[in-house]
Design a protein around this ligand. Structure first.
Ligand SMILES: [Fe+2]
Ligand SMILES: [Fe+2]
Length: 162
């Protein structure tokens, strides 16, 4: 990420990264790395895709992307894989002032296995970025990840426009 974008990205997420409950994600294991690092990967790629396609709500989408896995494994009572998005919504709502779009982004990021459907292209974007980043993290595949994200987003955007 170039200097200007790095600065803007840091400004968008700085308060979240200072939150003491969010900092606990550093100690949660996720795809072989920390959940903090995974969340930052998803937020960065989402931010770049928003900039690339000139989305007007880059800030709120990037923040929701960072918060999409804001949960501790020990607080999810069962079926972590399916239910964790709702815990993340609850945690994000209680710690930050998130809106309805951000709630849908977080709640639907595990689509199609979770209980909430994506209701906008921003939700679909974060869900796709999350899957691509997770695949990358799990396989250590060395593809240019940002190009991959943009490719998937373009594909998805074309489908929505049809
Ligand atoms: Fe997740
Ligand atoms: Fe994730």
């Amino acid at each position: 990420m170039t200097g200007k974008k790095e600065l803007e990205f840091n400004k968008i997420v700085s308060d979240i990264l200072k939150n003491e409950n969010f900092i606990e994600l550093k100690y949660e294991v996720h795809h072989g790395i920390s959940r903090m690092d995974h969340s930052l990967h998803v937020a960065r790629i989402t931010y770049l895709a928003c900039k690339k396609f000139h989305l007007k709500n880059t800030e709120e989408v990037t923040r929701a992307a960072l918060l999409h896995d804001f949960f501790r494994t020990d607080e999810v009572t069962n079926k972590v894989f399916i239910n964790h998005p709702l815990y993340a919504v609850n945690n994000a709502t209680s710690e930050f002032n998130i809106n309805a779009l951000q709630q849908n982004i977080i709640a639907s990021h595990m689509f199609p296995v979770c209980k909430v459907m994506p209701n906008c292209k921003e939700s679909l974007l974060v869900s796709l970025v999350d899957k691509m980043v997770a695949t990358y993290e799990l396989t250590k595949y060395k593809a240019p990840i940002e190009l991959g994200a943009i490719f998937i987003f373009v594909l998805n955007f074309l489908i929505i426009q049809r």
